[in-house]
Design a protein around this ligand. Structure first.
Ligand code: AHM
Ligand code: MG
Length: 336
C-alpha cells in the first residue's frame, strides 16, 4: 500500500541527495556534505525561531547591516551559525551573506569548490509577531584547482548548481532544486530529519492570486500599475485575482509555488532597482520557479540571465505561474 510505504520507508533529504549522487559515478559526495551543513543551519534557525519568544532572543543586537537596517539578534545568530557550518563543511570557498558587507573567502586549508550565497534569516521584520520567515540560498561551483575570486559569485543565476529555501512556518519546510525539478521536505521534529513530503513540485500554469506591496502603488511604473489593475478588473471575462501579501519573501514565494499566481517586487520611483537582492533572493527564487515550470522576469529580461556586478545588488522581480508572468512580460514589451 503506497501510503504505508511512505510512512515506513522514509525518504530523508540526505537519502534523496545520495540517490541523486549515485547517478553520477564521478561524484565524490561533496555536495551531499555541503547540503548536510546547510540543513544543520536550517535546523538550528528553526529551533531558535520557535524559541524566540521564550528565550528572549528577540531584540536589537545594536548593530546595523550593510543596507543600514536594524539587525535583530536572531539574524546575527543565524548568520554566524550558517557561516561556521559552511566553512567547517570543508566544501566551500566563497560565502556571500546578506548580513555581511564583504564576501567571506574560506582559508585554503578548509577550501572546497562551492560558493554559497544566502540570506540567513529573510523577513526579519516579521519575527516579533510570529509570522513565517525563512533562509534562502543559492550555490555555484568553481572549477577544480583554480583560486576562488569574487567573479565566481558574480555570475548569472542560471549558472547555479542548486538553490533552495527553508521556511520557518507552521511547519519547517525545505524546498530544494539541484537543477532537476523541485522537491519539498518537511522537518519531522521528533526525528530531526527533513522528510520528502512534496515530490516534484510543479507550479500551476496560471494562478488566482497576486502578491505585492500595494502601499507602493503611487510610485509604480505604468506596466506594473496596469498589471495590478488587470488582476483586479480583468477585461477578458476571467475572475479577479485574490491578493495575498505576507511581506516575507519565503512565505509569499512558497505559497505562489504551491498554489500558483504571481509574486511581484517591482521597481518604483523611490527604489528604481526594487528592494530584493539579486544574488541571494532573486536568483534562488527564480531558479526554483523555472525548475517548477514557472517564470521569473525583471521587467527587462529573464531574471536568471542577469549578470550581477556587486554582491548586494538589487533587481525588480516578477515571478510565478508561467501564464501570469507572460502577461507582465507583454505589458513591459508594449512600453518598449
Ligand atoms: P529583509 O531582507 O530586510 O527581511 O527584507 C526582505 C523582505 C522580503 O522577505 C519581502 O519580500 C520584502 O522584504 C517585503 O518588503 P516590503 O515590506 O517593502 O513589502
Ligand atoms: Mg532578506
Amino acid at each position: 500500500h503506497e501510503a504505508d510505504a511512505h510512512r515506513t520507508d522514509l525518504m530523508t533529504i540526505t537519502r534523496y541527495v545520495l540517490n541523486e549522487q549515485s547517478k553520477h559515478p564521478e561524484s565524490r559526495g561533496d555536495f551531499t556534505i555541503l547540503l548536510s551543513h546547510i540543513v544543520l543551519g536550517c535546523k538550528f534557525v528553526c529551533t531558535a525561531v520557535n524559541k524566540a519568544g521564550l528565550a528572549k532572543l528577540i531584540g536589537l543586537a545594536g548593530e546595523t547591516n550593510v543596507q543600514g537596517e536594524e539587525q535583530k539578534k536572531l539574524d546575527v545568530l543565524s548568520n554566524e551559525v550558517f557561516i561556521k557550518a559552511l566553512v567547517s563543511s570543508g566544501r566551500t570557498c566563497i560565502l556571500v551573506s546578506e548580513e555581511d558587507e564583504e564576501a567571506t573567502f574560506v582559508e585554503p586549508a578548509l577550501r572546497g569548490k562551492y560558493c554559497v550565497v544566502f540570506d540567513p534569516l529573510d523577513g526579519s521584520s516579521n519575527i516579533d509577531c510570529g509570522v513565517s520567515i525563512g533562509t534562502i540560498f543559492g550555490i555555484y561551483a568553481i572549477k577544480d584547482g583554480v583560486d576562488p575570486k569574487i567573479e565566481d559569485v558574480l555570475q548569472p543565476g542560471k549558472n547555479m548548481v542548486a538553490a533552495g529555501y527553508c521556511m520557518y512556518g507552521s511547519s519547517c519546510t525545505l524546498v530544494l532544486s539541484t537543477g532537476k525539478g523541485v522537491n519539498g521536505f518537511t522537518l519531522d521534529p521528533s526525528l530531526g530529519e527533513f522528510i520528502l513530503t512534496h515530490p516534484d513540485i510543479k507550479i500551476p500554469k496560471k494562478g488566482k492570486i497576486y502578491s505585492v506591496n500595494e502601499g507602493n502603488a503611487k510610485n509604480w511604473d505604468a506596466a506594473t500599475a496596469k498589471y495590478v489593475e488587470k488582476c483586479k478588473y480583468p477585461q477578458d471575462g476571467s475572475p479577479a485575482k485574490s491578493l495575498r501579501y505576507i511581506g516575507s519573501m519565503v512565505a509569499d514565494v512558497h505559497r505562489t509555488l504551491l498554489y500558483g499566481g504571481i509574486f511581484l517586487y517591482p521597481a518604483d520611483k523611490k527604489s528604481p532597482n526594487g528592494k530584493l537582492r539579486v544574488l541571494y533572493e532573486v536568483f534562488p527564487m527564480s531558479y526554483l520557479m523555472e525548475q517548477a515550470g514557472g517564470q521569473a522576469f525583471t521587467g527587462k529580461q529573464r531574471a536568471l540571465d542577469l549578470l550581477p556586478t556587486k554582491i548586494h545588488e538589487r533587481s525588480p522581480i516578477f515571478l510565478g505561474s508561467y501564464d501570469d508572468v507572460e502577461v507582465i512580460k507583454a505589458l513591459y514589451a508594449d512600453e518598449g
